[in-house]
Design a protein around this ligand. Structure first.
Ligand code: PXG
Length: 445
């Protein structure tokens, strides 16, 4: 297939030394896809070709690329104070940022712990959950429950509760005492649903079975993505998240929403918890927090949770956890500037005006060869392709690659093509994305 396209110009780059993350290194290095600049909805590659960003980078550049206000805030902060500790020391920015974040957070989630990534946010949330129960004298609550096909980053905690097998199987023994709920992908009943599928709230009832098996007094928390992004846009069936909330509440189990992807406007509210009206006890975020410009994550918890730690002898550190860069001044400056843009341009709810246009565009691809499902919510969409015999993932990869050379950046998770354009997207961009993807599927799939 490569011969269909001109080979990229030879770069004066050695490609050997950089061990690339989540990449087929040898395949990539045979024919690299190298981006060089970015502005608004578009990347430009080293050959000068424009590529429309169908994935907000890696689901993080929600306000589009090259936002001057963020660049300036970062530059200003760098020249004012490059770094300051937040262990037994502080500076105003993370306090300001936490206050601003609480303003847009789901009700009651009014305490914020800073991290540097989604993976760190997840480990932080799991540790807070465990320590919270212990602080309240319920130290037997140590079990954690994730979900099949869940993605919670790549730390040992995250892969233990995560449910994407390739992210787990090479890495030996993981956290003990972890169970998984069933995933909610149900093509038989729900294929080609527009928005949240109707069938499947009862998948949440599996939690009752785990409670019966282990005893609620041994279970600390359930962690789920309100919508699974990485595994290929797997949506919560209508009523499913509410049911999870009811069951967790009934048994004193904490509910953690991993909103690393769904946070910051992706599904039409600041957070999915608000759009889908289910408020967790703890919420993890990263990515869109700084528009992807500087690494940063934030974990939100309720005051009740934090209060459980706020006793003990004078001067005791209440939670033995944190990162050198928790609340980093430059990252915090980037986040504050990002929140300004989100507020000024109404980006955290903007896609409500466009989601039906996006939905109809996506669903116009129904009937193309090998398309077995199309899923959408907010400014997220997936086209699920049937696998080729004996070659799972190959069709998805070929579509991803051909899209790139045709000027569209998508992600493939196996044979699922996932998209999440920046929230500044216009109808003409949506048309371009849908037309390019449709052409590629007709030609390649
Ligand atoms: N939780 C969720 C729900 C995520 O989607 C992480 C945690 C980990 O975040 P960090 O910042 O540690 O990578 C993620 C990350 C993709 C893709 O295209 C998704 C992610 C990262 C890279 C690619 O599916 N999600």
């Amino acid at each position: 297939m490569n011969s269909l396209y001109a080979a990229p110009r030879q770069q004066d780059l050695s490609l050997d030394e950089f061990w690339m993350p989540f990449t087929a290194n040898r395949q990539f290095k045979d024919r690299p896809r190298l981006l060089e600049s970015a502005e608004g909805m578009f990347y430009t590659d080293v050959e000068g070709r424009q590529i429309i960003d169908g994935t907000s980078g890696l689901w993080c550049c929600n306000a589009g690329h090259g936002r001057q206000e963020i660049t300036e805030a970062v530059a200003r902060q760098l020249s004012k104070m490059d770094f300051a500790p937040t262990f037994q020391m502080g500076h105003p920015l993370p306090f300001q940022l936490a206050e601003r974040l609480v303003d847009i957070a789901p009700e009651g989630l009014n305490r914020v712990f800073f991290t540097n990534s989604g993976s760190e946010s997840v480990d932080t949330a799991l540790k807070i959950a465990l320590a919270y129960h212990r602080a309240r004298g319920e130290g037997t609550r140590t079990r954690l429950i994730g979900r099949e096909l869940g993605y919670h980053g790549v730390g040992f905690g995250g892969i233990s509760v995560g449910g994407m097998v390739n992210n787990r199987k090479a890495f030996g023994v993981q956290l003990p005492g972890v169970d998984h709920l069933p995933h909610t992908l149900d093509l038989e009943r729900n294929a080609f649903s527009r928005g949240l599928p109707k069938q499947g709230a009862e998948f949440a009832d599996h939690l009752e079975r785990l409670v019966n098996l282990h005893g609620a007094e041994n279970i600390a928390a359930v962690i789920v993505e309100p919508m699974s992004g990485s595994a290929g846009v797997i949506l919560p069936p209508q009523g499913y998240l509410k049911r999870l909330r009811e069951i967790t509440r009934k048994h004193g189990i904490l509910l953690i929403f991993d909103e690393v992807i769904t946070g910051f406007g992706r599904v039409g509210s600041p957070f999915a918890a608000q759009r889908w009206e289910v408020i967790p006890d703890i919420m993890t975020t990263a990515k869109g927090l700084t528009n992807g410009v500087i690494p940063m994550g934030a974990v939100f918890a309720s005051e009740t949770i934090q209060d459980a730690f706020m006793h003990g002898p004078d001067g005791i550190i209440e939670l033995f956890h944190g990162y050198t860069y928790s609340g980093h001044p430059v990252a915090a400056a980037a986040a504050l500037a990002t929140l300004d843009i989100y507020a000024r341009d109404g980006l955290l709810t903007r896609i409500r005006e466009l989601e039906i246009y996006w939905q109809e565009g996506l669903h116009s691809l129904k009937g193309l060869p090998h398309v077995i499902d199309i899923r959408n919510t907010g400014m997220v969409g997936a086209v699920h392709l049937a696998s080729r015999d004996g070659a799972p993932g190959k069709r998805g990869y070929d579509v991803f690659e051909a899209c790139f050379w045709d000027g569209l950046m998508v992600r493939n998770s196996g044979d699922i093509i996932a998209m999440a354009p920046p929230l500044i997207v216009e109808k003409s961009h949506i048309d371009q994305i849908i037309n390019t993807l449709g052409d590629v599927i007709r030609r390649i799939a």
